[in-house]
Structures are given as structure tokens and as C-alpha cells.
Design a protein around this ligand. Sequence first.
Ligand code: FAD
Ligand code: FES
Length: 266
Amino acid sequence: MKQLNAKILSNEKVGTAFYKMRLASSYLAKLAKPGQFVEIRCSKGTAPLLRRPLGVHRVSSLGIEVLYEVVGKGTEIISNKRAGEDLDIIGPLGNGFDLELGSDVNILVAGGIGVAPLMALAEGLSVKKSRKIHVLIGARVKSHVMCEGEFKALGCAVKVTTDDGSRGYKGLVTELLKKLLATHKVKTYLPDFRGITVYACGPNAMLKSVAAIAMEHGIPCQASFEERMACGVGVCLGCPVKVKSPEGYKMVCKDGPVFDAGEILW
Ligand SMILES: Cc1cc2nc3c(=O)[nH]c(=O)nc-3n(C[C@H](O)[C@H](O)[C@H](O)COP(=O)(O)OP(=O)(O)OC[C@H]3O[C@@H](n4cnc5c(N)ncnc54)[C@H](O)[C@@H]3O)c2cc1C
Ligand code: FES
């Protein structure tokens, strides 16, 4: 991990309030892993003071791509940056997804902008061609469904759900997960769920529910947290998550953002 100036190659609007930014950095191209993130300095001044964390959406030979939603001042400033400008970032940070845990069948569950890091994960998992990758995308409304086409182009089986039913199923993405697991059991006639891994990224309530479903079925599950952060490197103790081990807490930025679901005290 280091602080660097990455050249912005493009920063395009890809949805109502969604943007994709491509950053040139041979350092990040070499080192960034699915599930890791970068801390971006939004402006040269002091407002906003804190850097903003964004997940690695894609890794290429040129650098990385981030996919982000404009929700406040920091992301709005980032969305106004232009190709050719330098961006002050620290990264790659945190511990990413464990690709070794990848099974014959992998189920990626995304809630909202939690879809962003799952693209890099799907690309990483799909290197092994025999792997089946299901992607379940949950969004509030149709216009917030991101990356459906890209996942399909990668060969993933994609299902979408929206809160209002404006696209795909109506309801929670966790209901899709339950349905998929039930279908899998019928199709394979397997008495258990060996050979499946679940990966999830999204709001805490969704992660808790996905973890409960996975653990109930005895399926390994990795969950990526999007906790609010300050320093991003484990110094300020501002991003704790409760764990079952004796230390009681771990820091999302340093020990995560990806954790084994069984490790967390939900
Ligand atoms: C490890 C990690 C990876 C992330 N990856 C991505 C990503 O790939 N794409 C993306 O769009 N976002 C991602 N986020 C969330 C992103 O960092 C925040 O949306 C961003 O920092 C908000 O900054 P802002 O100044 O625009 O909004 P602020 O003005 O700080 O906040 C605006 C509103 O958003 C809420 N908010 C801010 N941060 C968060 C958060 N972390 N979780 C939930 N609500 C929040 C605030 O409560 C407030 O209501 C990630 C967060 C973490 C910790
Ligand atoms: S943000 Fe400072 S310890 Fe995690």
C-alpha cells in the first residue's frame, strides 16, 4: 500500500447518480485484489477533510476502475473530476476476498452499490472456466441496477430484484438467495450444499441476513463491509465490527473489509 497520484483516464456517468472512473497506475494494476479498496483525497483543500473509500471494481493491465454512487459532498467532488487530472489516492487497502475459497458453484450477492467490488471478484473467479457463477443483484429501483450486462458478458447467471418490482423480482435479494439454494438442492439431489461458496457485499442488514442463510445451510460465506471510515489504515479505531474471538472487535479497514461470516458477532 502507498500514497500515489493516479492519472484519471475517464470518469463517466453510467446511471442516474452512478459513475465509473478508470485510473492509470501500474502499481495498482500489479497489486490490487478483488475486495480491496482505495482511499481517495477528494480535493486539494481541507473540505472534505477525510479521504473517501471506494472498492476496486476492476483491475486491468493499466490500473483499476472504481464504480461509485454520488451520495454526498465527497463523491460529488470526485464525480466532477476530468480525464487527464491526477487523483491522490492511498491503496490498495484492506484484505480482499479469498478466491481460494471459490467452489464449483459461487453465489455473489450484491445490495445496492455493493455490486461494485463483486465485478472484480467475478472476473477473478471466472479465470477457472469450470466454475459456475451466479450473481444476485438487489437494487432499490430499476435505474439503480448496475453491471447486469457486464456480469452476463462474463458468463455469469444473473438475477435481479428491486424493492418496487420495477425490474426483475420484487423484494429482497436474500429471498432470491433462498430460492436459488432451494432450486440447487432439487437439481443436484445432493443431501447438503458442498461445493458452494457465497460472497456478499452491501448494507449491514443484508450481510447479516445473507450470513444467516449461508450458515444455516453450512455454506462458507465471505461478507464485505462498507462501514463508514476515517483513517482507513487501522489507526483511528473508527470502523469497528464485533467479532466472536477474544479481542471482541476488528477494524473493517485493516482486518477487512472482507470477513468470514462465521467470524462476525452479528
Ligand atoms: C471499504 C469500502 C468500500 C466502498 N466502496 C464503495 C464503492 O465501490 N462505491 C461506492 O459508491 N461507495 C463505496 N463505499 C461507500 C463510500 O465510501 C461512501 O458512499 C462515501 O464515502 C460517501 O462520501 P460522501 O462525502 O459523498 O458522502 P457523505 O457526505 O460522507 O455522506 C452522505 C450520506 O451517505 C451516507 N454514507 C456515507 N458513507 C457511507 C457508508 N460507508 N455506508 C453507508 N452510508 C454512508 C452518510 O450517512 C450520509 O447520509 C465504500 C465504503 C467502504 C468503507
Ligand atoms: S478507519 Fe480508522 S481504524 Fe478503520
